[in-house]
Design a protein around this ligand. Structure first.
Ligand code: EZ4
Ligand code: CO
Length: 404
């Protein structure tokens, strides 16, 4: 069996998605997600100009060899663009292998370790009543675990949530530049514990609650937040300190029993080495799409599992249904599954990417279709071409740039 075509499809059915479609001489196709939010076209070029030509003529069954060839062979390794491109190849080849076997991918990863996959959704609001309504709306959709993001008095944006209006109220100038948001760490640290106190009082002790600090805190600030949130029994505090600094979490860990999660912007296992070896975290949060695919994610979970650390694959709306499907096969198969982030997609996105996975009563399942279980509608994808778009940037009140 040989690869005869590797095509990059960019589509924007509400937001941009980058998809690699690999075709074999037997006419089998495999899909991989390579969406890098706000930097999509860099990955398109990497795949189209530098990877696709190397795939033609290769045996699609040699997945590990293809991975090592693209990772080690390029000399310039790691980084989000490279690893998103490699991820798309890896997932497309797993899709092909599982289709040829006539099995859903999870069967090739060891088979199901569980019957269903618990998901969490995103609630947010700029006031407590808005947050309560948002939590109730998620509960009505079935969600049984919920991330809470809140506005902070004095700040105009609800941080970490995708917005389309700048803090000065100007219309989004998506063609030219990102919207600007505002931030005040002291105000945030004073206010967030009050939010979780109110949510616990409203929804009781049983509902798993999560919170994402989006890398905005210093170690000592994160340590204080973790301690202040202990009475409200969080499922986790996510990305509390900057992603580059593994040692930062050692200080946080020494001060709080609030469980810690990190990893959505990590690219390789080396970003986790200290965190896993020294048990500084409780959940690894990488996306299949940004970590080089299913192959390295499986290795990461096996490594993390040796320290009792669980999986929690990144699954916001900027992971395409292709990336989400790949995640769900891993979730079903690995023993040390923790939870799956799941925002869902627009109806139009679900038409462009018809998928076998399901979401019922707060639980996901990848379905039983051979492969990863996603089919791309090329015509509908082409009818919704690329639209320039950025994540927001964040500035402190003195005008200096802060992490978003
Ligand atoms: O802001 O994926 O946990 N989920 C998140 C996401 C990220 C986006 C960035 O593109 O933090 O919503
Ligand atoms: Co996050």
């Amino acid at each position: 069996m040989k690869i005869v075509d590797a095509k990059v499809v960019v589509t924007s059915p509400g937001r941009n998605f980058v998809t690699l479609q690999v075709t074999t001489d037997d006419g089998v196709t495999g899909l991989g997600d390579a969406t890098l939010n706000g930097r999509e076209l860099a990955v398109v070029s990497y795949l189209r100009d530098h990877v696709a030509p190397l795939l033609i003529g290769r045996d699609p069954h040699r997945i590990e060899d293809a991975w090592q060839y693209l990772y080690r062979g390029a000399y310039w390794r790691r980084g989000p663009v490279t690893m998103a491109a490699i991820a798309a190849v890896d997932v497309a080849l797993w899709d092909i292998k599982a289709k040829v076997a006539g099995l859903p991918l999870y069967q090739l990863l060891g088979g199901a370790s569980r019957d269903r996959i618990r998901a969490y959704g995103h609630a947010n609001g700029s006031s407590l009543p808005e947050i309560f309504d948002s939590v109730r709306a998620l509960q009505e959709r079935g969600y049984q675990a919920i991330r809470i993001q809140s506005g902070v008095p004095g700040l105009k944006s609800v941080y970490g949530v995708h917005t389309t209006t700048s803090v000065d109220g100007s219309a989004p100038d998506v063609l030219a530049r990102p919207v600007v948001e505002d931030w005040d760490t002291a105000a945030y640290l004073r206010y967030i514990p009050r939010v979780f106190e109110a949510v616990r009082n409203e929804f009781g002790p049983d509902l798993p609650l999560l919170h994402d600090a989006h890398h905005r805190l210093s170690p000592i600030e994160a340590a204080r937040l973790g301690k202040d949130l202990e009475p409200y029994d969080l499922f986790w505090l996510e990305d509390c300190t900057p992603a580059e600094d593994q040692e930062a979490l050692r200080l946080v860990r020494q001060h709080t029993t609030t469980p810690l999660a990190i990893g959505e912007v990590f690219n390789t296992v080396f970003d986790y080495q200290t965190l896993i070896d020294d048990r500084l975290i409780d959940y690894v949060r990488s996306a299949v799409t940004h970590f080089g695919g299913v192959s390295p994610m499986k290795k990461l979970f096996d490594y993390a599992g040796q320290r009792g650390i669980k999986s929690a694959i990144h699954g916001p709306e900027d992971i395409s249904p292709v990336g989400m499907a790949a995640a769900l096969h891993l979730d079903l198969a690995v023993h040390n599954f923790g939870i799956q982030e799941y925002s869902g997609h627009t109806d139009l996105t679900n038409e462009v990417f018809r998928h076998a996975y399901t979401f019922d009563d707060g639980y996901l399942h990848p379905g039983e279709a051979p492969g990863i279980g996603v089919e791309l509608d090329d015509e509908l994808a082409a009818a919704h071409p690329y639209e320039p778009g950025y994540l927001p940037v964040n500035r402190l009140q003195d005008g200096s740039v802060h992490d978003w």
